[in-house]
Write a protein that binds this ligand. Structure first.
Ligand SMILES: [Fe+2]
Ligand SMILES: [Fe+2]
Length: 314
């Protein structure tokens, strides 16, 4: 997926800037260069910058300090630091504090750098779109993410419609329903960070791949938090793989500690997964699905929510 956006590179060495520019020459990205930090800050007054990539060692100001300034003037811009090995601790520390999106070690590896910058541009657009809160845009994001995963076409909208059935049975307010709808659409949005070769895989996943997939609730919740989405939407994204008995992920919380909206989406999510075809198995009939799901009542699903759903679906 090619996406456009403006990327600003800062380095005090001209040949570095030139080779970065030629590396991104063939892409849809607009590349800007600055030789010193002050010049970089001035650019922010004139341009919308999706991603900034800065060298750390420059006369006058360290890259890490420049990126902190950028955070104040343009909080949505994704910040990437280029560091020498000696600055590794600084870089890791900055990542942990949420001050950086990623860091790149110098000398860089071309493919890794291109991939990182593209990930950052994608991330930038996603958060910007989520921030609009526009319903059509949110659904558009959900659909775009489904396209990444050919096995799950229609999944987000199906999950939303099953969740809405449960919401109706629970008599949830209009406002709560709306958040449930958005959360259902976006529950798997963290899949944007999962490499295509894992999502496209025709055979069952190996353990390492499954561990990567398991990050999607946290990655998605991070996106939603950055976009300042309502707490219940973030809860759905973060907790839709929790289990009622506490054996789920990412938090391992159980019972009613799992937010209601997430418990609803868990039931809807599993029902749609089982009644849809997968690369490695056919879809199950509604009866067979209900038999399977009955075994999950009380350990994976909130029994009350499951019973309500069972009634709705009959
Ligand atoms: Fe999921
Ligand atoms: Fe899902």
């Amino acid at each position: 997926m090619e996406i456009s956006g403006t990327v600003l590179f800062i380095d005090d060495e001209k040949h570095v800037l030139d080779s970065l520019e030629s590396l991104f020459g063939g892409t849809d990205l607009k590349i800007l260069k600055a030789a010193d930090p002050r010049e970089a800050i001035e650019i922010f007054a004139k341009e919308e910058i999706a991603v900034i990539v800065s060298d750390n060692h420059m006369p006058g100001m360290k890259g890490i300090d420049l990126l902190q300034k950028v955070r104040d003037v343009s909080p949505d811009t994704l910040r990437i630091l280029m560091t020498a090995y000696a600055d590794l601790v600084t870089a890791v520390d900055a990542i942990n504090k949420g001050e950086l999106f990623r860091f790149i070690m110098k000398p860089w590896e071309d493919d890794a750098l291109v991939q990182t910058v593209h990930d950052a541009v994608k991330h930038y657009h996603l958060v910007r779109t989520l921030k609009t809160g526009d319903e059509a845009a949110l659904l558009g994001i959900a659909r775009a993410i489904e396209l990444k995963d050919p096995h799950t076409r229609g999944h987000c909208e199906n999950v939303a419609s099953y969740a809405m059935l449960i919401a109706g049975a629970l008599n949830l307010s209009g406002e709560k329903k709306k958040r449930l709808l958005y959360g259902s659409w976006l529950h798997d949005c963290g899949k944007i960070n999962i490499p295509d070769h894992i999502l496209d895989k025709k055979s069952p996943l190996i353990k390492e791949e499954y561990e990567i997939i398991k990050n999607h609730p946290r990655w998605g919740a991070d996106l939603a938090l950055q976009a300042r989405m309502p707490a219940s939407v973030v809860n759905i994204i973060l907790h839709h793989h929790e289990r009622y008995d506490g054996s789920g992920y990412p938090s391992g919380i159980k019972g009613r500690d799992i937010p209601l909206e997430a418990r609803i989406v868990t039931v809807a999510d599993v029902y749609d997964a089982l009644t849809s075809e997968r690369a490695y198995r056919k879809r199950y009939s509604r009866e067979k699905t209900m038999d399977i799901m009955l075994l999950m009542r009380g350990n994976i699903f909130d029994p009350e929510i499951f019973d309500l759903f069972l009634e709705c679906i009959r």
